[in-house]
Design a protein around this ligand. Structure first.
Ligand SMILES: [Zn+2]
Length: 261
């Protein structure tokens, strides 16, 4: 394992800390391939932005409209961070996901309403992908549509799962399957939200609260949650745990350029 790979793993293993990310940025810059200096600068400026207080993060001179930061006269760090982040973003954007994937946005742009919110979506925060939102079939893969082979046999186009490569290359904090919502019932004045197995022979697509059986290895089928958010958070943890347990061979290498073994 090279130093760069070791630092990359460290950044994923310690998602709450900036230091491993900043050390990784230093190593990327030292490698000095085209775009490496910009990626390193991007990681640093996003970490810095995340550490600012709400006042500076909410500076009215950043992001209210196209080019707004260019006319603002504020000298605060929030404005400077976002200006620099946006300068770097077009250069580093393609380092995060294959072009074929949906929108990838940096957090400040998303927070300022500059990005589309249609799925699939990946949000980059503190220099790495922090959140992913996509249909379940995109995240965990699917059998896809049926077609006939030259021998007349029925076969299926396999949709590859994108989540394993992302979850192994990024300190992912949140994964959301668009369209999936827990079942809800009020039982003795108590809210209960839960996920369910599909019926025998049925598909997880049948109802919003049905999930594929493999996710129940990481999710307790009998458990209920007091809020919808708690149920979505449990699903997010299960999706990330499932993704990290998958072999990577089936997915193209994506993410911060570092092949993850
Ligand atoms: Zn300001």
């Amino acid at each position: 394992m090279t130093d760069l790979e070791r630092l990359h793993r460290e950044a994923i293993a310690r998602p709450a800390e900036d230091l491993p990310r900043l050390l990784y940025a230093d190593a990327v810059e030292e490698r000095d391939r085209p775009g490496d200096a910009e990626l390193a600068a991007f990681v640093r400026v996003q970490c810095k932005y995340a550490r600012l207080g709400n006042y500076e993060r909410a500076c009215p001179f950043v992001g209210q409209g196209p080019q707004r930061w260019e006319v603002g006269n504020c000298s605060c760090q929030g404005r400077e961070c976002v200006r620099r982040e946006r300068e770097l973003w077009p250069i580093v954007r393609d380092r995060f996901l294959d072009k074929g994937w949906g929108p990838v946005v940096c957090e400040s742009a998303f927070a300022r309403g500059q990005a589309t919110t249609t799925a699939p979506l990946a949000i980059v925060r503190r220099g790495f992908i922090a959140e992913v939102r996509a249909p379940l079939a995109t995240l965990v893969g699917d059998r896809g549509e049926e077609y006939e082979t030259p021998d007349g046999e029925a076969s299926w186009r396999i949709l590859p799962a994108v989540l394993p490569a992302i979850a192994k290359s990024h300190p992912l904090e949140w994964a959301e399957a668009v369209g999936k919502r827990p079942q809800h019932q009020v039982i003795v004045a108590e809210n209960q939200f839960w996920w369910d197995w599909p019926p025998p022979g049925g598909s997880a697509d049948f109802a919003p609260h049905y999930l594929p059986p493999m996710l129940f290895e990481y999710l307790n089928a009998d458990e209920w949650y007091p809020t919808e958010h708690a149920a979505l958070a449990a699903l997010s943890r299960a999706l990330i745990a499932w993704a990290r347990a998958q072999p990577l061979s089936s997915s193209p290498a994506q993410g911060c350029e570092v092949a993850v073994g």
